[in-house]
Write a protein that binds this ligand. Structure first.
Ligand code: SF4
Length: 400
């Protein structure tokens, strides 16, 4: 038998893959990169360690449609985990059909995640993904309805497990004892949609655009974000990595919505203005509307707001920015504006520096530093699903 295992490289997916392997199932891992979560590197390392083949795929723009309008709503932040897991299972189903695998498995554990792993939610994912009886959760299978593979005797249900709840210590012990796991991955939410510090940016994006693009998601990760009005926002670079990121964002097709401002005769902050007022100038001479000119002035004042006055006060002829609109370049004088001082920063992107590759792939990761054992919560391996009384829900991890 051959199975596709949704594989994040986290402990649960590793255990699910190992358990199936130990039952003689040929396992192919599938790692899905979302615009907000990329754990492909971790999954590659883990797949190599346990000796399984790995396929890495990325979601396209349809993922953004799902984030903007999730059928099953959000978790504690802007994480649409039920929809996201369903989408991942659909991708796994596609791969299953492509390579002639027999079923799909995940490392989900009943009751482990209050937002998306209650028993009825696991059934919903099976149904909505179209996998139905072909979706197995080996770590918790004995607490769930029988899958087709168990009913037909292709898999021995007695060899599956009955873990429930959030007891990570128990999973670690199982992994070490049953499969000799030496490297236990740290628990990690990974997905920035779960992060309190990131959510205001995502909410601002969703509030102002019915269906944002992957480019919009990438732009969230950099600099200071300040909204000028309903139709325009600015990203102000704080450091060199932000400047590089703005350059790369500007090199993408969405540049038609962007104006890039570089300090010309002073040392200071670069700014990207994003607005539908910025038409695609192509190679032609830009015709700047009054509104766009006002936006550019505001963006220029934002550059000064976040620059050292000593650096721009002495600029000859007053501070000037080099303004890039499509392929065209203009030099525009700018000035301080007390009103611009009042524009609130939506949320500082206080994230580790990312490589160019990561920007191109999408979201960033945020490994938690607490030791694995310290993350353990009460839970048991048993036949019954515990009563889930958690109302203050935390974000789900990509433990698929
Ligand atoms: S936490 Fe995981 S399941 Fe939830 S939205 Fe993010 S990647 Fe998807």
């Amino acid at each position: 038998m051959k199975a596709i295992v949704l594989f994040s490289g986290g402990l649960d997916s590793i255990l699910a893959a190992c358990l199936l392997k130990s039952q003689g199932v040929e396992v192919v891992g599938l790692n899905m990169i979302t615009p907000f979560h990329d754990c492909s590197e971790e999954s590659r390392q883990a797949a190599e360690e346990i000796g399984i083949e790995l396929v890495v795929r990325s979601f396209g723009e349809e993922y953004m449609q799902m984030v903007a309008h999730p059928k099953w709503g959000y978790g504690s932040n802007v994480n649409p985990c039920l929809d996201c897991r369903t989408a991942m299972c659909r991708e796994a189903k596609k791969l299953m059909e492509e390579i002639g695998a027999d079923f799909v498995a995940t490392g989900e554990i009943s009751g482990q995640r209050p937002n998306s792993q209650k028993q009825h939610q696991l059934s919903l994912i099976s149904r909505e993904s179209g996998l139905n009886g072909k979706l197995l959760r080996p770590l918790t299978a004995k607490t769930l309805a029988r899958t087709d593979m168990e009913r037909e005797g292709a898999l021995d249900r007695e060899k599956m497990r009955s873990f429930t709840g959030r007891n990570r210590v128990q999973l670690i012990s199982y992994g070490r004892a049953a499969f000799g796991l030496k490297h236990i991955p740290q628990p990690s939410t990974g997905c920035v949609l779960c992060e309190n510090s990131y959510a205001p940016r995502v909410r601002d994006m969703l509030k102002h655009k019915d269906v944002p693009t992957i480019w919009d998601a990438k732009a969230l990760a950099w600099g200071r974000r300040l909204r000028i009005d309903e139709n325009a926002y600015c990203i102000v670079a704080r450091r060199l990595a932000d400047c590089d990121a703005l350059d790369r964002l500007f090199a993408m097709p969405e540049r038609s919505r962007c104006v890039l401002l570089f300090p010309h005769n002073y040392m200071g902050a670069s700014v990207m203005l994003v607005t539908d007022e910025a038409p695609d100038f192509g190679e032609t001479e830009p015709r700047i509307s009054e509104k766009l000119a006002a936006y550019i002035q505001t963006a220029g004042s934002l550059s000064l707001r976040f620059s050292n006055p000593e650096k721009y006060a002495s600029a000859e002829g007053g501070p000037t920015v080099r303004v890039q609109l499509g392929a065209a370049v203009e030099f525009i004088g700018i000035h301080e504006d007390p009103e611009v001082e009042k524009i609130p920063i939506i949320m500082e992107a206080n994230r580790p520096e990312k490589s160019k590759e990561t920007l191109e792939q999408g979201g960033e990761q945020n490994a938690e530093s607490a030791p694995a054992e310290a993350q353990a919560e009460v839970g048991t391996e048993k036949g019954a699903v515990p009563q889930d009384t958690e109302e203050s829900q935390t974000g789900d991890s990509n433990a698929v």
